[in-house]
Ligand binder design. Structure first.
Ligand SMILES: [Fe+2]
Length: 176
């Protein structure tokens, strides 16, 4: 099934409105994340994990600037509307902090799980937005969203590698 078969002229205004709504949603999601990432950084046990959260904060701030550029290209001032999905995911991360012991490996594993859920949510959001941008013939915007999409995928991969390194670390300790 080709989703592009919807691309008739009469669909364009409604699709563009939907696109802007989704854009506002993800802008709010990123803003929520900039507030949550310092908490995750402070809670992390592994210095590598703490560093990953700190670096992702910078990436996220840049992604917000990129979204603001997208709004500018459309000719709108940036607006954001509460993203309930991200709100729920952040609440899960906070629950991990509350339910695990400070300085424990379990906490780090829990934080990685929570952070990967966030990344997968964002990958879905930016993947869909990029598709919508293509459908409504916004090539420059599609390119900007693609950059962010790749950054989210890289972060997801980095978190997977960190989880992997924890497992290897544990194996070494067991081997003595
Ligand atoms: Fe992001």
């Amino acid at each position: 099934m080709s989703i592009l078969s919807f691309n008739s002229d009469s669909d364009q205004p409604a699709l563009t409105k939907f696109f802007v709504d989704e854009l506002s949603d993800v802008l709010n999601a990123e803003k929520q994340l900039t507030k949550a990432l310092p908490q995750l950084e402070m809670a992390a046990t592994s210095p590598d994990l703490a560093k990953a959260f700190a670096e992702h904060l910078k990436v996220t701030q840049n992604q917000i600037a990129r979204l603001e550029r997208v709004f500018k290209i459309i000719g709108m001032s940036p607006k954001d509307k509460k993203c309930k999905g991200m709100e729920g995911l952040i609440a899960e991360g906070q629950a991990v902090i509350k339910d695990t012991e400070d300085g424990s490996a379990t906490r780090d594993v829990g934080l990685i799980v929570a952070a990967q859920k966030v990344e997968h949510y964002e990958i879905a959001a930016y993947g869909s937005l990029r598709q919508l941008a293509k459908m409504t013939e916004k090539a420059e915007i599609a390119q900007l969203l693609e950059e962010t999409l790749q950054e989210e995928k890289e972060t997801d991969m980095l978190l997977s590698n960190l989880a992997e390194s924890f497992i290897n670390e544990d194996a070494k300790q067991v081997d003595g």
